[in-house]
Design a protein around this ligand. Sequence first.
Ligand SMILES: NC(=O)c1ccc[n+]([C@@H]2O[C@H](COP(=O)([O-])OP(=O)(O)OC[C@H]3O[C@@H](n4cnc5c(N)ncnc54)[C@H](O)[C@@H]3O)[C@@H](O)[C@H]2O)c1
Length: 259
Amino acid sequence: MRRTKSPDLNGRIALITGGARGLGAACAWAICEAGGKAMIVDLLTDRGEATAEELRAAGHDAHFTPLDVRDEAGWAAAVAATVDRFGRIDILVNNAGIATAATIEDLTLADFQAILDINLLGAFRGMQAVIPVMKAGGGGAIVNIASNSTQRVSAITTSYAATKAAVANMTKSAAIHLAQTGTGIRVNSVHPGPHATEMLLGSDAKADLPQVQALRDAIPMGRMGNAEEVGAIVAFLASDAASYVTGAELFVDGGLTPH
Ligand SMILES: NC(=O)c1ccc[n+]([C@@H]2O[C@H](COP(=O)([O-])OP(=O)(O)OC[C@H]3O[C@@H](n4cnc5c(N)ncnc54)[C@H](O)[C@@H]3O)[C@@H](O)[C@H]2O)c1
């Protein structure tokens, strides 16, 4: 019997959007701890530099370059900076995202377009910018961070859930195309449930609010996720342990979605 492959990213180069903090920073840590090297990109320059510095202090090879995922020319520069530093790109994590809470009656067209431009078109621009580099390198793995809101919505997830459902389906189309054309590039989406990041809580002060407690109570495992638990799944999907996995949706939500 063949041995089960364990996640190993030794020497793999990853570009992680929104990697300055939260789930993106956890992805950078998980990838580096599996032996990979990370280029963190984000709007938040000081925070991104600090995260890269913490990774280096722990002995990892991690760097930061500023990027607004809405900026197509910026994408070309970030990809060039990554290739200049590391020589290749094996892993792309499209994690940068924002959340807008509004009902179908309250949501403005401008707010809808703004979230689409980051959550959906940011990932689109990222894939288009990185795929040629991955093809030249003989393959790669793309992980798009969606959300469990692709399955579980509320009255105020009008725009957010729509962008994440679109990310999931864009992921599948890309996965099929890149498999059928023999590129060696796999594309999957990860669907976190509630995680206690600054996106969800804003600050720790909100962690005890009744609505946050109610959200926690709805989760079969009785707790929100830790960012590291998303990072571990991203590292797995990026690794050869997931060599036959493409076009998949992986939920990381303590059982919330099937509940
Ligand atoms: N926290 C959760 O409960 C949860 C649940 C499901 C999905 N998600 C998704 O996970 C991803 C990360 O979320 P998080 O909770 O870590 O949020 P966060 O707000 O802590 O981090 C998001 C990061 O993305 C960056 N970013 C935002 N817009 C950007 C842009 N235009 N260009 C570059 N960077 C940009 C931010 O500066 C920030 O560093 C998002 O896509 C989010 O939708 C989060």
